[in-house]
Design a protein around this ligand. Sequence first.
Ligand code: HEM
Length: 454
Amino acid sequence: MTSWAREMGKDSNNRQLPRVKGWPLLGSAYALIRDPLGFLRRTRETHGDVYRITAAHMDFVVLAGMEANRFVADKGKDCFVSSGFWEGTLKEMQCPHSFIGVDGDVHRFQRNLMKPLFSKTAFNERIPELADIFKETLSVRYDSTQRVSELFRHVLSRQIGGSLQGYQPTPQEVEALMRYQTTAMNVCSLKKWPRMALWMPGYRQAKKQVQALADRIIASERTQEQGLGYFQTLKEHGQDVHPEWFTPGDMRNHAIISYLAGIDTVGATLSFMLLELFKQPELLRQLRAEVDAVFSQGIPDADDLDGMETLKNFIREVMRLYPTAYAVRRTAARDFVFQGYSIDKGQDIILFTTANHTDPEWFKEPLRFDITRYQAPRMEHRANGAWAPFGRGAHTCIGAGLANILLSLNLALFLYHTDLRPACDLKSIKMDFSNPSAGLDERFAISFSPRGAA
Ligand code: HEM
């Protein structure tokens, strides 16, 4: 796509909403598929905080910037629903009340139920177990080329499953989960793929495998002597109170939602962290010094991990520049006005939640990788709504606590136990947008040896 001319379109009140000019028929579809984050960053720069885009038969209003981030979390929180975007995927997955795609009371009820299960304290005592899973994975993979996405899918599925439900899926089960999610979302919500993808034998096989896996996860908690209480809580405080919100399909979805939401997001962020460290050896030395000081005392708890300032700021900076969930989709729940523009009920909306990440008003020299921006007196992330990699509003990431533990623990273990090196041409590794969350291309590979062995 060459140039983005500013063109004025009409909205329902005859007031003019900036419109991104695209190709005949296709609109901006190609740019949105190929590099949606770059596209949103460029168009926000030229069109401002609210504008319209078309992509083939779809029409979106983009809301971006500080006012949008504050609006969705506060005064405008009732103006948006998630259900419009998720409806098709939830139908395909037979879980009409999955809490990621419902709103209002049914969402609030489930959030409140789930919150303690996802709290930092819930995972604190499991940190040694999480560390063992990672170290065990490393120990059988020394000195061989490892595709980073595959490595993290393997380790994170075991860590997330182990810490939430006491079940660690096999690599085949994880592949089935990923295929199931990518296909269902790309067809039914993102509308990037044709519906016939749902009839492909590979997808249908994956769907069956995932349903069987969900049943196995639910059954496995029942047989554990000391269950983790995940499904017990859902059953006793959820299904018994509101059986209509916890159908068998909804319960299956509860069994897999953390894998679907957590594996690729945490895995991609870890990949971006490694890529950045390969580019910045001095930063790697600084991080390693901090990790050595803490890990030489044994495996830290959640507060110790949280207290590792350099590591924490490094993670913040990676999530600022490489936000894997850079935008979220919504539908207007009613007519409303934003910055003087009327938005109609039913309008599809892209909330570009991470637009501020590269806005110099909030982050000085925004394209510069600089972890000192989070230190006093700068504290650039402190402005409410500036830094938002975990989303904004009612649906913000419920797994953020676990994500922070996994990001800091896994990177620290890598640095403490191994010498790492790239096993691919780093210059050829680009961001990849073929999955629902942004990641690095599949060719990103590394190898590692026990530390100091070389
Ligand atoms: C770096 C890692 C992660 C990032 C960047 C991330 C990002 C996000 C974002 C932006 C949302 C909001 C979606 C929306 O508003 O539509 C979200 C929601 C969610 N995330 Fe995460 N996430 C991460 C890790 C995790 C993990 C590890 C889990 C679970 C173990 C998880 C579970 C969820 C769930 C269940 C929701 C839906 C919450 C709701 O609808 O109320 N996420 N995440």
